[in-house]
Design a protein around this ligand. Structure first.
Ligand code: HEM
Length: 399
């Protein structure tokens, strides 16, 4: 009997806990042919190999997205223009432009502002005595950090989170009409906002401005510049890429330490463990569970011959629990070393914001438990029902 699994028909239990399904897939059908003909990969080794070969496995999603969104739709335009869904040369071009603007040096400079932001949010939670940690904390941090990176004025940040959630929601496999419309509308509103915001920035651009938008505006390589639309879509992508993923890292990380009090006590005794703790949170509850590639030619993947143009789903969440790479993979262990997780992908598209994400995770999670040593859950945490982005819709606590 072939192993049955259809990622477009997931039962409710999957959103609560997908890991038993991943384990069954790794054991019984690691290179799984889905009902729509796409391939679902769950082994670390296979996924790593695909990430490392952009010549054989393309990130370009035009063929895939056209029937889902329609070629003249704003969601199609956005997702097919952003660097993550492009191959070289557009990818190389944009990546060079933003690469340095997210360097370790820039990230180190962010730390003070981040500490102040986190302290302010914790003050507010302390006054209330209880909180939904998603809305009141985890989701409030990344949007400010990316807002700062792009220098979006404080008073204009309100719609950013809504736009970002709706646009990324468009990538879920079972996209409802309502979610699609919300995504379309958000791209349109976001582009209109950028027209105004980037237009102003162009006027006031100084030659020594060194932030990410200034770099993108000035960027030219071999005489090629980004078109205005290409520029706008990279800005939208940056905001989206660093937003829900990082919120989920913070929410998942806090929930894990509430679930594993011994590990939490170890961390409080030895805060120097926060670096490896965040890596373990990224491995154990990866905020981005799925990636995709398309085979550019007939190729053998994990022992199976697949035809050119076959769509591959790379299940990061499963690779990060693969027993052939991790000792006791189902064990959450904040001292784990080595920890070769794939939470940030690998190869030419490796997350460009990983230093930003790690810093946010470390500061937000450590400061939270330092401030509220007696914090407890105040009801059942509710998972967001998304297969691609794993996080909580709400995480109620009493402090
Ligand atoms: C915990 C938080 C985060 C996770 C788990 C995460 C995960 C990922 C993954 C898996 C990819 C690779 C996609 C692929 O190869 O198909 C990626 C790409 C990317 N991420 Fe992140 N990310 C996070 C935070 C951020 C932040 C904070 C930023 C920006 C400030 C960011 C910016 C990007 C960019 C620009 C890319 C595209 C890189 C490229 O295509 O070359 N990410 N991210």
């Amino acid at each position: 009997m072939p192993f049955e699994f259809d990622p477009s028909q997931l039962p409710d239990s999957f959103y609560e806990d997908p890991y038993p399904v991943y384990a069954d897939l790794r054991a019984q059908s690691p290179v799984h042919v889905c009902p729509d003909g796409s391939i679902y990969l769950t082994r670390h080794e296979d996924i790593f190999a695909v990430y490392r070969d952009p010549r054989l496995y393309s990130s370009d999603k035009k063929v895939q997205f056209a029937p889902v969104f329609g070629e003249d739709s704003p969601l199609y335009e956005h997702h097919t223009t952003s660097l993550v869904f492009n191959d070289p040369p557009l990818h190389t071009h944009v990546r060079k432009a933003i690469g340095n603007a997210l360097s370790q040096k820039i990230v180190d400079e962010m730390e003070r502002g981040l500490e102040t932001l986190v302290a302010g949010l914790l003050d507010r939670i302390e006054q209330k005595g209880s909180a939904d940690l998603v809305a009141d904390y985890a989701a409030a941090i990344p949007v400010e950090i990316i807002g700062n990176l792009l220098k979006v004025p404080q008073e204009e940040r309100e719609p950013l989170r809504r736009w970002s959630l709706a646009i990324l929601g468009g990538l879920e496999a079972n996209l409802s009409d309502e979610a699609k419309t919300a995504g379309e509308q958000s791209v349109v509103e976001f582009l209109a906002y950028l027209d105004h915001f980037v237009g102003q920035r162009r006027q006031s651009l100084q030659s020594d401005d060194d932030d990410i938008l200034a770099r993108l505006l000035r960027w030219e390589s071999d005489g090629v510049r980004l078109s205005t639309l290409e520029l706008y879509h990279q800005c939208i992508f940056l905001l989206n890429a660093g937003h829900e993923t990082t919120s989920n890292l913070i929410g998942n990380g806090i929930e894990l330490l509430l679930r594993y009090p011994d590990q939490r006590a170890d961390l409080m005794e030895n805060p120097g463990l926060i670096g490896s703790a965040v890596e373990e949170m990224l491995r154990y509850e990866s905020p981005n569970q799925l990636g995709n590639r398309t085979a550019t030619q007939a190729v053998e993947v994990g022992g199976l011959n697949v035809a050119a143009d076959t769509v591959l789903t790379l299940c990061i969440g499963s690779a990060n629990r693969d027993e052939s790479v991790f000792v006791d993979p189902e064990q959450f262990d904040i001292t784990r070393s080595p920890n070769r997780h794939l939470a940030f992908g690998s190869g030419i598209h490796t997350c460009a914001g990983l230093n930003v994400a790690r810093l946010e995770g470390k500061v937000a999670i450590l400061r939270f438990f330092e401030r509220f040593p007696r914090v407890e859950l105040n009801g059942q945490p509710e998972r967001a029902r998304r297969a691609r982005f794993r996080g909580f819709a709400s995480l109620p606590v009493v402090i």
